[in-house]
Design a protein around this ligand. Structure first.
Ligand code: AMP
Ligand code: MG
Length: 396
């Protein structure tokens, strides 16, 4: 496994940056820091509909203050400075007049014949927002390498970062192979089954924001398989399923080699997923995943995601690893590093992980209940209940 990871890491490098409209940037990895060119709030402003006053002049609220005619609303230029003994009626978001140091909400005020009276004396600073109290101009609001979340989009917008520089996302071509496959919308005839790997791999990519081109299943015929390796279009990575294990119909690695791909590895000491192949042609890469659905999913999580994360310039590529306590004893793995479907839960005492019963690498129903994989080391002893194991998180 370590050798395979080293080969992937050595072969694949970040694709670089591009500039996109902010409206299309949610979920992308930032290529530069976003620094605010404004204070936030941008000016002293009222947090309520009410009256801007000098708090010290409203200490005797029953005496009232002189009400300036008119009303300042959000979007208006700042009103003229507050005069002595004066109150200015304003709306939420309106700029404060210079000299005001409190706002009395309209609910606590009564206007009568050019004077306004207050229920109680305001505190200095009440119901107003000071320029720059949230963000000072020049502050880095978002950092290079960070994923842009919705609140981050708000920060980028207020800082004027539109368009915005982000990492290029890898484009993924997805091709299931196998004579037995029909597409999900079809009724399988005798000996046939519906392609579930194609839609799953497509969904795994889309969930991480990687654009895909998903193709119809390709038959196990040398000419058809060779064609799929010749016409990869603009995909950065081609991901196939099926046709890489040792049987007679496992045509993909030789067809890839004939089409000019350099096989970087084929077969890894991992369970499930042993037949996996990895190749390169120019700047394009191919992952040949095994056809068994759990193997295809696990290989995606372990290998494909690692490569695609790297291409997108993500700082810690690959599915995250966490430690958790095992809920029951597990038999040792043997000569291949083994990944077991499991449910991981946060409990008061820490994380606890429960291995799920599974019928094998075709048991996609068991895998679909898993939110983690337990990693069992090569040639380790049995793992006792309560021991700490490494888990791969599937949902992050
Ligand atoms: P292979 O790796 O081609 O030898 O396929 C291994 C097993 O996975 C066989 O039982 C196939 O029928 C099954 N399989 C292959 N491709 C798919 C697919 N796209 N969707 C569901 N099962 C598949
Ligand atoms: Mg096959």
């Amino acid at each position: 496994m370590d050798e395979a990871f080293a080969i992937v890491d050595g072969a694949v490098s970040p694709l670089g940056d591009e500039t996109v409209p902010l409206g299309e940037a949610a979920g992308r990895i930032l290529a530069t820091d976003v620094v605010s060119d404004v204070d936030w709030p941008p000016f002293d402003t009222s947090a309520m509909d009410g009256y801007a006053v000098r708090a010290a002049e409203a200490r005797a609220p029953e005496a009232g203050l002189r009400e300036r005619p008119g009303l300042a609303a959000a979007g208006d230029p700042p009103p003229a400075p507050l005069e002595a003994g004066e109150a200015v009626r304003l709306m939420t978001g309106a700029p404060l007049p210079a000299g005001a140091d409190a706002v009395v909400p309209v609910e606590q005020a009564k206007s009568e014949a050019g004077r306004v009276f207050f229920e109680r004396a305001p505190e200095t600073g009440a119901h107003l927002r000071r320029r720059g109290e949230s963000v000072a101009r020049g502050t880095a609001l978002l950092r290079k390498g960070e994923r842009l979340r919705p609140a981050g989009v708000a920060l980028a917008a207020l800082a004027g970062a539109d368009p915005i520089s982000v990492r290029r996302r890898p484009r993924v071509g997805i091709v299931p192979t196998g004579n037995e496959l029909v597409s999900a919308a079809q009724a399988p005839g005798p000996g046939k089954l519906r392609d579930s790997n194609g839609p799953m791999l497509d969904a795994l990519c889309r969930a991480r924001g990687w654009p895909t081109v998903a193709r119809e299943p390709v038959a196990d015929e040398p000419a058809a398989v060779e064609r799929l390796f010749e016409h990869v279009a603009d995909a950065d990575v081609l991901v196939t399923s099926g046709g890489v294990s040792a049987g007679d119909l496992d045509l993909l690695p030789p067809a890839a080699a004939r089409a000019g791909w350099e096989i970087l590895f084929h077969r890894v000491a991992v369970r499930p997923g042993k037949p996996i192949a990895f190749a390169r042609r120019g700047r394009q890469f191919w992952f040949g995943l095994p056809g068994n659905p759990v193997s295809a999913s696990v290989c995606f999580q372990l290998f494909v995601r690692r490569a695609l994360d790297r291409m997108e310039g993500i700082d810690s590529p690959g599915a995250p690893l966490v430690l958790a306590r095992l809920s029951r004893r597990l038999r040792p793995a043997g000569p291949r590093e083994t990944y077991r479907d499991a449910r991981l839960a946060e409990e008061s005492g820490g994380r606890r992980v429960e291995p799920l019963p599974t019928a094998g690498s075709h048991d996609i129903a068991a895998h679909a209940r898993a939110n983690a994989l337990i990693r069992l080391p090569v040639d380790g002893g049995p793992l006792e209940e309560g021991s700490v194991v490494t888990c791969v998180l599937l949902e992050r």
